[in-house]
Design a protein around this ligand. Structure first.
Ligand code: ATP
Length: 341
């Protein structure tokens, strides 16, 4: 039987690292936090890292990879990890990496992502092919716009062209999608699928706290117009959420279908934590506009477990801890390869 003492859990000091490292320690692992110089304070203050490895920039991950391999470290990817290393470089990682690498290519490419979700029969906001087709409220999303910067809404072709004027001819603004705007509430569902138990779990839900989208409602419509405020969606935090219980069966089924479909697109399919991100409208339709095939920051409010994990576990179970447990079970069953991608 493998022994977890022979392994370490490592991640980049950002995004969900506090939760991942705390969860790994709770499961009995030694932990390593890879920090950018000068940004190690949280990881020291909260005592989640047994060891800190320093880099000038997370982009230098490959410079310390050899050392991680020597330490027998299992690297846990998260949102910042993928952003810094690049989805294209993730497949070249030689250190042990938790989770399916292949699926990242499907998650990070807008067209492939849509193909995957379509195949899984997930409801998505309609895509319009050209501004001329705008016959309902739409949101125009620029590719790679961090924090939804520059996203704007339009109701008609004329409105589109009027609002697009400021971006005309700007190279970084000629790649965009025109997506049906869903009027409803944002809901992000955190799933976990284990290859060991073969079971899909719902770990929790969150909604995002975005600046300035979440503050615009604090001032009167007239002031919004007068101040000519443009909506941005810079994520600043996450707010915990429980969902109307009658929607849960459908949300479980959506997760099942996403897992099932992923097997068509990548060997072995998706496993571990993932998230469906979307909007629920007044008819309770859940429209998904994005999938994250890894742990999301929306799980951070639940370091001590969520209302949902409390139903299933008699101990605090964060998503970070859940994935450490997956690794632990794999090591103890001498099947570590099963959870490495
Ligand atoms: P990423 O998560 O890849 O960084 P982003 O944060 O830049 O992307 P999105 O998450 O796609 O952008 O969207 C930003 C915000 O716009 C979200 O808060 C979401 O609520 C809202 N939004 C996105 N698409 C729609 C839609 N089709 N209908 C209504 N609201 C939407």
């Amino acid at each position: 039987m493998g022994n977890i003492k022979d392994y370490k859990i490592a991640t980049l000091g950002s995004h969900t690292a506090l939760q991942i490292l705390k969860g790994a320690k709770d499961e009995g692992f030694q932990t390593i936090c890879i920090c950018e110089k000068g940004r190690d304070r949280p990881y020291k203050s909260y005592g989640v890292a047994d060891e800190i490895m320093y880099v000038d920039s997370f982009k230098d991950f490959f410079k310390i990879e050899e050392e991680l391999i020597k330490k027998n470290a299992i690297v846990i990817p998260h949102g910042s990890f993928v952003a810094y290393i690049g989805a294209d470089k993730v497949p070249t990682i030689k250190a042990m990496h938790y989770g399916a690498k292949g699926i990242l290519e499907w998650e990070s490419d807008r067209n492939k992502e849509r193909q995957w979700l379509d195949h899984a029969k997930i409801k998505m906001p309609a895509l319009l092919k050209s501004p001329e087709e705008i016959d309902r409220p739409v949101i125009i999303k620029f590719h790679g716009a961090s924090g939804g910067k520059g996203y704007f809404l339009a109701n008609s072709p004329a409105e589109f062209y009027e609002r697009f004027k400021v971006y005309e001819g700007k190279a970084d603004h000629n790649d965009y999608v025109i997506q049906e705007y869903i009027v409803g509430v944002p809901v992000y569902t955190h799933y976990f699928y284990s290859k060991f138990t073969g079971e899909l779990e719902i770990m929790g839900f969150d909604k995002r706290y975005e600046s300035n989208a979440d503050s615009i409602g604090r001032i009167a419509a007239k002031d919004q117009v007068d101040a000519d405020i443009r909506t941005t969606y810079t994520i600043t935090g996450n707010v915990p959420l429980v969902i109307r219980e009658s929607i849960l069966p459908e949300i479980f089924e959506m997760g099942d279908r996403v897992i099932e479909s992923s097997k068509k697109f990548t060997e072995g399919g998706l496993f571990g934590p993932f998230c469906l991100e979307g909007i629920i409208d007044p008819e309770l339709n859940y429209y998904i506009f994005e999938i994250s095939a890894r742990i999301v920051a929306g799980t951070n409010p639940y370091v001590h477990g969520s209302p949902y994990t409390w139903l299933r576990y008699d101990e605090p179970m964060s998503t970070g801890r859940r994935l450490a447990r997956d690794i632990k079970q794999a090591i103890e069953a001498d099947q570590l390869a099963k959870v490495l991608g």
